[in-house]
Design a protein around this ligand. Structure first.
Ligand SMILES: [Zn+2]
Length: 124
């Protein structure tokens, strides 16, 4: 997976932003397919859904400023891995071996495991 900064690209696959969204939604990040998407496909319920032009929003301030719980480089990597995983169709898992563990940052790995990589390689 490659990521790069190209603010001139009007149709990116994923648009990432970190912002102080406040405490109102209670999450540190989320991926969303906006109405302005440039294409969708697959079957979301089956875990194969995709969306071009997704918005990935990090709410770093939520934990780092309001609770201080998630304030290590490892935890930040875990959250970035988790939310980026959602943008390529990965869903929550029930294992701490993967950053896709349901509760981002709670002791889970900061990387994808072989199971996750298999799903990505199967989709793309
Ligand atoms: Zn999630």
């Amino acid at each position: 997976m490659n990521a790069y900064v190209d603010q001139a690209d009007p149709y990116p696959d994923v648009r990432m932003a970190d912002f102080d969204w406040g405490v109102r939604n209670g999450v540190v990040g989320w991926a969303q397919c906006p109405d302005t998407n440039t294409g969708t496909g697959g079957d979301r319920a089956a875990g194969t859904g995709w969306c071009r032009g997704q918005h990935l929003r990090f709410n770093a301030y939520y934990y780092w400023h309001y609770s201080g719980v998630f304030d290590t480089a490892t935890q930040r990597r875990q959250i970035a891995c988790h939310e980026t995983g959602h943008t390529v169709g990965l869903r929550h898992r029930n294992t701490l071996d993967s950053c896709m563990y349901t509760n981002a940052g709670e002791g889970a790995a900061a990387t994808l495991d072989a199971h996750d990589r298999g799903h990505i390689n199967g989709h793309y």
